[in-house]
Design a binder for this molecule. Sequence first.
Ligand code: NAP
Length: 249
Amino acid sequence: MNAQPRIALVTGAGRGIGRAIALRLARQSATVVVNDMAEAGASAAEAAAAISDTGGRASTALGDISKEEDVARVVDAVLAEYGRLDILVNNAGITRDQLLMRMSPDDWDRVLAVNLKGAFLCTRAALRPMVKQRSGRIVNIASVVGMIGNPGQANYAAAKGGLIALTKTCAKEVASRGITVNAIAPGFIDTEMTRRLPEQVKQEILKQVPLACFGAPEDVAGAVAFLASDDARYITGQVLRVDGGLVTA
Ligand code: NAP
């Protein structure tokens, strides 16, 4: 990737897709800061230890990315320890599924707060050092649901659609500073988030996936590694689907 190790911050990296991204970036010689919710500190520490065990470099910075003060603390900790920030992966996300007519305003607010406002807060904080460095890579983990919608996920789809719009806008704002901003739209990936789905729903989804299987977290991690690499230096404001062919239009 790069001769000089780069510093990467991955939000929600204690498990699932974020953990796979953290491990993959570390394998490509980035030093990785693993963020997760404070209460789940054990999983962040475990992910960082898994990186160290394989010869990589990692540390943890716990905090709820939907809270401005936590985000400031996390990014300040990265800068205090490493003096720079090269890669931000806005991965942390949650679902609170319910048909729109029954969806509570609390479930709407929480999903928007984590999946969209969280990415905004992290991006804003990360841009400070990146603009000074005149370089940076931001990768937002959106979802195909933000492009095509999904019954029962009005809050999640709105947040992910918003995240795609945020990606495009931010890409235009900071391109002149040598910073690229892209999104990945995963389809259905085998993590705790999708393991919660009833078996019948999973079978229905699989019928619509040309590659006829769920993706693995590593499939998303590989795409992130590409967008964070020098090979992607001329790509910004784009949405890369990692969905087994689910969405082709
Ligand atoms: P997951 O297994 O549920 O993991 C989510 C991670 O985010 C957990 O480590 C969680 O920490 C962390 N997190 C949640 N809220 C947070 C907050 N406020 N601050 C910091 N960390 C927080 O989910 P996943 O499937 O890996 O999903 C990762 C991302 O991919 C999400 O943005 C999701 O929307 C997106 N995505 C997933 C799929 C899929 O099929 N799985 C498809 C499309 C997009 P805790 O352990 O504390 O909960």
